[in-house]
Design a protein around this ligand. Structure first.
Ligand code: MG
Length: 157
């Protein structure tokens, strides 16, 4: 078995869509980034790469490369799944956490879990998605950013 973990954070700004796990969440702000800034999908990709010591997403999708401008992170996740499969590994399970003061994510968790599990061709119970607030502390608590953590466990195909 192989295990990987990851963290990502993006700034919340006006004039951007909020995409989490490939799902657009209605909110007055969105995450700033070169791609669609899907902080949850980014953390999951980095956990998968980390499990196989393949580097980080910046190595495969450099933020200064115009090819990835506005990129759909679910499409990037599928590319990472290709790397994992090519090396003879598959996902046992993923556990993830989104830390956001607002919006409330509880109504969207099941949709995000379904979207991510379909993108990775997994069962929903292999893809845990959790959410918490930061108890109004720090930049996340001040609604200036959203961050995500993820852990991925891989097993041989
Ligand atoms: Mg990111």
């Amino acid at each position: 078995m192989r295990i990987g973990n990851a963290y990502d954070i993006h700034r919340l700004v006006e004039g951007r869509r909020l995409i989490l796990g490939g799902v657009e969440i209605p909110y007055e702000k969105g995450l700033l980034g070169h791609s669609d800034a899907d902080v949850l999908t980014h953390a999951i990709m980095d956990a998968l790469l980390g499990a196989l010591a393949l580097g980080d997403i910046g190595k495969y999708f450099p933020p200064d490369d115009p090819a990835w401008e506005g990129a759909n992170s679910i499409a990037l996740l599928k590319q990472v799944m290709g790397l994992v499969g090519d090396r003879g590994w598959k996902i046992a399970n993923i556990d993830s956490m989104v830390v956001a003061e607002q919006p409330k994510l509880k109504p969207h968790i099941a949709t995000i879990q379904k979207r991510l599990s379909e993108a990775m061709e997994l069962q929903p119970d292999q893809v845990s998605v959790k959410a918490t607030t930061n108890e109004k502390l720090g930049p996340i608590g001040e609604k200036e950013a959203i961050c995500s953590y993820a852990v991925a466990l891989l097993m041989p195909i």
